[in-house]
Design a protein around this ligand. Sequence first.
Ligand code: ADP
Ligand code: ASP
Ligand code: MG
Length: 412
Amino acid sequence: MSILVMKFGGTSVADLDKIKNAATKVKREVDRGHKVIVIVSAMSGKTNELVGWVNQTSPLYDAREYDAVVSSGENVTAGLMALTLQEMEVPARSWQGWQVPLKTNSAHAAARIEEIPRENLDAKFDEGMQVAVIAGFQGLSPEGRITTLGRGGSDTTAVAFAAAFDAMRCDIYTDVDGVYTTDPRIEDKACKLEKIAYEEMLELASLGAKVLQTRSVELAMRFKVPLRVLSSFEENNENSGTLVCDEEEIMESNVVSGVAYSRDEAKMTLISVADRPGIAAAIFGPLSEAGVNVDMIVQNISEDGRTDMTFSCPTDQVMRAERAIKEAKELGEINFQELVADTDVAKVSVVGIGMRSHAGVAAQMFQALRDEGINIRVITTSEIKISVLIERKYMELAVQALHDAFELDKAA
Ligand code: ADP
Ligand code: ASP
Ligand code: MG
């Protein structure tokens, strides 16, 4: 039995016609002899609406109830997809996360998948079911509560099912026809890539390219799941879309393969903290306990035993971060003059495996930004990426300038 996993994102199931269009693609694969596991997202805009309702009701919400609310969008599309397939005479049924059960840890709103037992689905496939439609994004905690996998988490549901069921491939259907050198919505010269290495895709995703959730790429890399990104709105064949695969399968890698951006970054600075051993631990310990995802960190040189400490985190975690830092101050663990939150920044990054063997990429990046008069606030680098924090109003300009500077319009 060859199993294919097909995942449809929010725009691909945005209304009943689009669900029908997606179901037609599923039926085609069933007719080719595959058993299919379909993963669906909520209708586009739905999850945002649900998140908005939670925030309005309770700004520092209980994450267990957040999950109870925001997971519901996927329940609707899973049922509708199963019904649509049944109308097409395809034996199908829907499954919510807890019914499978897709077991996760208890990290609500960012839960990690621990196990997907096969028995329940296998039993139904044995009885003649052709398609299992799974509500993406959601799972079950050891405490028996509904969890969600973080925004964009249906991608991760899809790859996890592909790994658990030894699927031949995991196809991610979305509103673009593949992975591009940068977001085609903000750079019309962006080029579609035929293939991209897991590692590069992992960096691009974690730096903001939301076409795939980071964790889905991590899982695909670990379990060697062939992952393909393709359009729900086009006719496809075996060569359509972009294949995310091992580095060895790509003949020649570019120095820079892509540019990513993240709009929702915030820069927080603790002004005048004591420069003493343990100060970083005293600041970042409480932040980590509060569930704040700290990204970039800069400590200034100290003067008279005091220094400024700057870090970045997602904009929607600023309140949590402020609360954690203020509590640590009240407990006497840290002492500072002022805490300044700047939510008017964005992160722009260039990514490429070729950077490992090429010097000068950072210099080229900084020159391109200088030529546009863009000031860099914070810089971080790793083996295959360079990121800068800049004023948000320059974000698109920076992406375009870097896309030009590294000649990505000639990529692919
Ligand atoms: P879905 O709802 O199907 O999960 P998403 O909106 O999460 O779709 O992801 C697809 C979007 O990702 C595209 O519409 C595009 O704007 C954006 N995107 C960002 N970076 C890239 C990139 N490098 N290549 C392709 N799409 C990208
Ligand atoms: N519906 C969820 C979200 O918008 C999960 C997903 O679409 O992947 O984040
Ligand atoms: Mg998505």
